[in-house]
Design a protein around this ligand. Structure first.
Ligand code: FAD
Length: 320
């Protein structure tokens, strides 16, 4: 005798058409008109720690390059630990690709003179865009400003402005930076960074789109007009995303956990769930008028590529 797999607990009304006809109707998300230009994208990479990871990064860069992003950025490790690897990756992007690189630079562990020297090296190498951050101290330690350095990102922006005519992006936090005394103080800080000379903010990632949209409203009310580009993190590893989110103050809604439930040993399903979650998020943002997106690629191209495709971005060799 074969055992059958029957889901227990069906209610009496389940399985009747009536149930489907009584709820409110939800219309489709409006699609982007093919006459509108596709959105602007940027991609974030981290500098590789080993030769194998270097191969992974470069495969990722090569796969995403034809999407012609506005820029690609390279992070600077916590505690300023990857300065040389960040520098080497940014310079290789300049030398070997058609991409416009943006170097992340933090205040951590560097005097103002050292920061100026690094910025000058970047400028001399043709790098024109800096993502200016305070930075995070090594895990388990508290942030202490360098005695001769920049205490906050706003100070770094002002310093860089005096070095050369860099394009400068800064960080923004739709759910408020975890160390900020209040959401209002954090918004004042964002305004200071933009007033000091940054031209765009890129947000910490978020999963609840309504939180980001409310944050945009608060920015507008505070008189901020620079783009607040949403940072999109396709979730390739749910457990890791939960860990990261705990550290950086991004909340993980219960529905996300439910969607990834029981997928630990099922990478195929996990990837499909991840693609649907991110696609839904960017489509909802696009329907709300957002036309610039920053992707935290984690040096993995596939989800980012697929979501860019859904947003209407095509590889340049196929255009026309
Ligand atoms: P700031 O804008 O300086 O703010 C830090 C905190 O201090 C906030 O709570 C702010 O409200 C408060 N504050 C600011 N000014 C004052 C003041 N005058 N008095 C009192 N409080 C003040 N980290 C890395 O180490 N490397 C990276 O490459 C990196 N890339 C990132 C990219 C993006 C898009 C984002 C969103 C974050 C990134 N981070 C990176 C993380 C970032 O460094 C941390 O979130 C860090 O804790 C804060 O950086 P910030 O530039 O936002 O700091």
């Amino acid at each position: 005798m074969t055992s059958s797999l029957i889901r227990p607990g069906l209610t009496a009304s389940q399985g009747t058409l009536e149930r489907w006809l009584t709820g409110p109707r939800i219309g489709p998300l409006p699609s982007r008109s093919s006459r509108e230009p596709p959105p602007l994208l940027s991609f974030e990479f981290f500098p590789p720690r080993s030769e194998a990871l270097e191969g992974q990064l470069w495969a990722c860069i090569r796969r995403l390059e034809p999407l012609a992003p506005r820029f690609v950025s390279v992070t600077y490790g916590a505690g300023g630990t990857t300065q040389e690897r960040t520098h080497a990756t940014v310079l290789r992007i300049v030398r070997e690709t058609s991409l416009v690189p943006a170097a992340h630079l933090t205040c951590i562990g560097a005097s103002r003179a050292e920061i100026i020297a690094i910025a000058r090296q970047y400028w001399a190498a043709g790098v024109r865009h800096i993502v200016a951050l305070r930075g995070d101290p090594p895990p388990g330690t508290r942030y202490v400003p360098h005695p001769e350095g920049c205490a906050y990102a706003a100070d770094l922006v002002a310093l860089l402005r005096g070095v050369a005519d860099f394009e400068i992006s800064v960080a923004a936090y739709p759910e408020t930076h975890p160390e900020a005394p209040s959401p209002g103080a954090d918004l004042d800080n964002l305004k200071r960074k933009l007033d000091a000379g940054a031209s765009r903010a890129i947000t910490q990632y978020f999963f609840d789109t309504a939180v980001y949209l409310r944050f945009l409203d608060r920015c507008l009310t505070a008189g901020i007009t620079a783009p607040i580009v949403p940072g999109i993190m396709p979730v390739s590893n749910y457990a890791q995303a939960v860990r990261f989110s705990g550290l950086c103050g991004a909340s993980v809604p219960a529905w996300l956990g439910e969607l990834f439930e029981d997928t630990e040993n099922d990478p195929e399903t996990r990837r499909m769930v991840a693609a649907v979650v991110a696609a839904e998020q960017v489509r909802l943002l696009q329907a709300n008028g957002v036309d610039e997106f920053h992707f935290y690629t984690l040096n993995r191209p596939d989800l980012t590529y697929a979501i860019a495709h859904i947003l209407g971005v095509r590889p340049i060799s196929k255009v026309g």
